[in-house]
Every structure is written in C-alpha cells, then in structure tokens.
Design a protein around this ligand. Structure first.
Ligand code: SF4
Length: 586
C-alpha cells in the first residue's frame, strides 16, 4: 500500500442488476459511474475495484484486502442484487460480504452504501450498527456529493444538471478505464456500457402493484444529445458496446401526453434522433435496448411501427424487447393493475415479428420480443397457469417468435403463496413445449453465429483461474475440454464447444446441436494444417476414430511435404467426404 493509496476513496462496484439497469460484467452500470463522476468533479483521488477483484484480492492475500479497506479515506459502494442469481461472468455482492466489510473497516472511515440491494435488505429488517455508515435510499451519487461538501450524511436527489455532469465525468472515470472487461486496443474486452436514458414509468399514477418504478413519479428524460455526448466520451476510453438502459419502455421515451393520458402516444422522433445519433460514431459496435410496453404499442400501432423500423435499422441483431405481461389471467390483471392484456400483447408481438424476424450480420434475428411472467401475484390460481399456456400456444400457432420467456416468482408481503407443484409444472411445461422448440427455430442446426466471445472452460461460470495464461494462450486451442461463450449483447444464448478455445477471444461457429437452454457449435474456418483431433471429433459426422485417422494421415502427408486440401486429405485417409464439412475448414 503506497502513501498515495492511503488518501484515496475506494469505490466498490458490487454490481447492480435490475430489468432496466444492467451492471453485472460484462456490463458496467451507470450508478457506480455516477459515484466516480462525483469524485472526479471534485478532483478527489479514488480507486475503483469490482467485487470480484476484491474477492480475488482476499483469496490471494486477506491482509492486503484489509489494508486496502482500512487505509481508504472513505468507501462508497453500489450493491444491486437483493438475492444474487447465477451469472456467468461475475457475482453481485452478497449481504454477508457487505456485513464483513462493515466489520473490517475501521469506524473512523466513512462508508456509503447505495443501490437497490441496500433498500431491499433494509426492507427485510437489516439494520447494521456502525458509526459513520450511511445507507442511501435515494441517489447515492448526490448523497456522496452532499457529504463531501457539507460533511454530513443526508439522503439527497440529484438535479438534472448534476445528472449530466456526473454521467459525463463517469464515462471517462476509473469505473470505465480500470474496468477489467475493457480490454486493450489490441484485444478489446466485452465491456458493455449501460447508459441511462430515462427514469420512471408512464404508468406512474396507477402502475403494476408489484413494481417500484411508479414510486419514482413522472418520468424524467435525458435529452438525446446529452446521451450521445456521454457515449462519445465512453468511446474515447475504448468502449465499443452499449445498451440503452433505464428504459421501462423504449416506445414511451419522450412520449406525448405522459401526464394526461393512460396510454401516452409514442414519439418516433427523439428515439430516432438518439439511435441514429449513436450510430453516427463508427466506434459503436453492439447496440441493444430493453423493455417495451405492449399495451402502448397495441394502442398506438402507427407511431410504434415507425419506432420498430428505427430499432431494426439501428440496433445490432439479437436485440430483445422484454414485454411484461406477467399473467394472462384477466382476474390477476385487474387485481394487480397489470400493464397489458393478452389481446394487446399479441398485437405488439405481431408487430415486432413483422420487422424483427429477419437475420442480421451475426446470424441472429434482428429484434424479437421477450415475455415475462410472474408467479405469486394476487388472485393467481391453478387456472391462471393454464391461461398462460393457452396464450403461448396461440402465439406459437400464429408462427411468432419469442426470444426469451422469463418466469419469476415474487414472495413476501403483498403477494400470495405460490403452489409449488403448479408452479413447477408450469415452468417445465414452458421450457419443454415452448423454449426448446423456439431454440431450434431461432438457432437452427447449420446456422452460422458470428463473434462469439469465449468466457470459460469446462464449466459455465468464469472462474479466477480462467485468467491464467494456460486458458488464454493460443497453445490451448483445440485441446481436450469444453469452452463456453456468448455473443455480446442483451440475453445472449450460451454456446458450448467441445474443445478448448483461448478465453477472451472471439470466433464464428456453426450450430451443431441444442441443449435445453444452450446450443453446441463448432468453429468454422479451421486451419487444415493445425486442426486438432478434438476439433475434428466435434464436427458432426466425423467420429473419434475418423478424427484420429485424419490426424495420422495428415502427419504422413506433411512428412512427404504434400499440400493439405481438405477433400483430398479425407480421401487419402479413406473417410467419406461430405460437402457440409467444407464450411468448417478455411
Ligand atoms: S409497466 Fe408496470 S411493471 Fe413496467 S415499469 Fe411500469 S409499473 Fe413497472
């Protein structure tokens, strides 16, 4: 620990994760960037660290981690997931870890914890006692700003000027430049910059009963120029991929009649200005968005059609608009003031499918709807699940595609108990009868998927060991093992390959088979001179024996200094050549 570090604030990214705010790597969330923006504005030295980096530091040298905590001038952290789920690339901070930090850091060090998990844990009765610890339930950045200026803790909200300032300073802050997923110009990482477009929901007067968004009041928008400027600053730091976050509904960004109308009228102009404006910068690679309100789309088909065309033209393929139906049961709909009914949903799904089914450059449908169901809402019965299934059948019978059917359960005060058996039956029915067939249609065998980013070996979760050279070096390519990866963007499909590929690299694959919620593939364009036995074995139609024969035949041909041409090579190894094989070789 050098003396400079001892006078720094420590910003910990405990990762936020909400439907409208992604922040688990490869995403970098906006709230942690705003915190850094506050420190940047005041020229206060600070260090940025992710919770995964901190865990690794603890594993390597617990004393060093303690020294880092205890020598900091102050600690500010965002904790975003009340119950951290399963993630491939990073795990949000847990309540236990937060409690450990509270006990480890000396009491004279001010600590500020914010984010949705802090609110959630407090709601569940968590009341840590420690001098100089402040649990923020409003804007963590504005609260830090107030503390730094007034020397006292007080819940604060940011002004719109502060929003712009901290968003722009956050774009060039250490939350971006020191983020482990940024990579280098030579080997860019998968970092995806979640940018906040607006706050709140147009249903703020009478919103879905289970949702926190209406509590934020009338939505507040950021202007397209403000967002474009922020993203440009992020590009200057090497950021390539962006997701538009903070949008409860992409179609009501700057909509007309938000205060007066139950269904505000979508305004195609500002979203078009934002999306085309972002695309003008050639450094932007993947651009995705999230969430749409099907009732707004269905009630205003004309402007929604225009917005859909803009989305298809500007977003990267594989984009998903999550639709919150929650339940197809009219009774549940009414009791919980839900957002849309089945008729509105089908109309919105049909519009998105009309334009979004076409495949884009990476081999993915350009824009598809996702569908969210919630179990545990008041009024729910066994028949509610049957109504959900009937609706899914109707959607499929009409030939529509859904990229993601998300089923979650809500528990606690204000919700009703879920019948475990009914819920499990419903879930497995959806996975078996809808997810699996959809997966086969969306990612058919033989489909080429481009730019798959490889993330872990021999298991679906990326582990600290995967940072070692043996997992990243070209020398491991084609060796025995399994590699998992995903394309960059929102809700990517998990892809497994039955041999090792150097991690943190990208390549193109051809789909060879389907799992329940993942696919298997083999890279295309393999080099006939270096393709390994394991790689050959992974190609459908070439078994273990043939792969071995091919490798020994190649050795013979090379010893005779003969050129290797795939078809001839197969023939001389006495293996039937199939024209399908040619895609796999350069
Ligand atoms: S539509 Fe309902 S669930 Fe969606 S953000 Fe608004 S209130 Fe929440």
């Amino acid at each position: 620990m050098d003396s400079e570090e001892a006078h720094q604030w420590l910003v910990i990214d405990g990762y936020e994760d909400e439907p409208a705010a992604f922040g688990v790597p490869p995403y970098v969330g906006f709230h942690v960037r705003y915190l850094c923006g506050v420190l940047e504005e005041q020229n206060i030295p600070y260090q940025f660290i992710t919770i995964d980096q901190l865990r690794r530091l603890k594993e390597k040298d617990a004393q060093e981690m303690n020294a880092l905590l205890s020598s900091s001038k102050g600690i500010a952290m965002i904790a975003g997931a009340v119950v951290p789920g399963k993630y491939l690339r990073g795990t949000p901070i847990s309540l236990k870890e937060v409690n450990d930090f509270i006990h480890q850091a000396p009491t004279e060090i001010p600590m500020l914890f914010g984010g949705w998990a802090i609110r959630g844990w407090r709601h569940q009765g968590w009341q840590p006692l420690r001098k100089n610890l402040f649990l923020c339930v409003q804007d963590t950045d504005a609260t830090l700003h107030h503390f730094l200026n007034a020397g006292e803790w007080k819940q604060q909200r940011r002004t719109s000027e502060q929003w712009t300032t901290w968003a722009q300073l956050g774009a060039t802050s250490k939350a971006v430049t020191n983020h482990p997923d940024l990579g280098t110009p030579e080997q860019p990482g998968p970092l995806t910059y979640e940018v906040e477009v607006y706050q709140g929901c147009v249903r703020y007067k009478h919103g879905c009963k289970f949702c926190i968004e209406p509590k934020k009041g009338v939505p507040i928008w950021r202007h397209p120029d403000d967002i474009i400027r922020e993203v440009k600053l992020a590009h200057n730091q090497g950021v390539q991929h962006v997701r538009l976050g903070g949008m409860t509904d992409t179609y009501t960004y700057m909509a007309e009649g938000v205060v007066e109308l139950e269904y505000p009228i979508p305004n195609p102009e500002p979203i078009s200005k934002l999306l085309y404006g972002l695309r003008e910068d050639e450094r932007l690679n993947i651009l995705h968005t999230d969430n749409a309100n099907p009732s707004i789309i269905a009630e205003h088909l004309e402007p929604s059609e225009e917005i859909t065309k803009t989305l298809v033209n500007t977003l990267s393929d594989g984009a998903v608009l999550s639709f919150g139906l929650e339940s197809a049961d009219p009774n549940v709909h009414e009791l919980n003031w839900l957002n849309c009914d089945s008729k509105q949903l089908k109309s919105a799904i049909s519009l998105i499918n009309k334009y979004g089914k076409e495949r884009g450059q990476r081999g993915l449908p350009k824009l598809l709807p996702g569908l969210n169901f919630i179990a545990g809402l008041n009024g729910e019965k066994r028949e509610s699940y049957e109504l959900n299934l009937n609706l899914l059948r109707e959607i499929r019978n009409e030939g529509h595609w859904l990229r993601r059917i998300n089923i979650r359960q809500v528990e606690g005060a204000g919700f009703q108990t879920v019948d475990k058996d009914d819920f499990t039956d419903f879930k497995s029915n959806v996975r078996r009868n809808f997810d699996e067939p959809l997966l086969k249609e969306l990612f058919p065998i033989g489909q080429i998927l481009r730019d798959v980013h490889w993330e872990s070996h021999d298991g679906r979760t990326r582990l600290p060991i995967h940072e070692a050279m043996e997992h990243r070096d070209q020398a491991c390519h084609g060796k025995a093992g399994v590699t998992f990866g995903r394309q960059i963007g929102a809700y990517p499909i998990l892809i497994g390959v039955e041999y090792k590929i150097p991690l943190e690299t990208s390549s193109d694959i051809l789909v060879t088979s389907h799992g329940q919620r993942s696919i298997t593939g083999v890279e295309i364009g393999l080099d006939v001179y270096s393709v390994t036995e394991k790689q050959l074995e992974a190609i459908p139609g070439i078994g273990k024996k043939s792969a071995w024969k091919l490798v020994s035949e190649r050795a013979k041909l090379l010893s005779k200094k003969q050129e290797i041409v795939a078809e001839n090579w197969f023939k001389s190894a006495k293996i039937d050549w199939n024209t399908r094989f040619s895609t796999f070789f350069e």
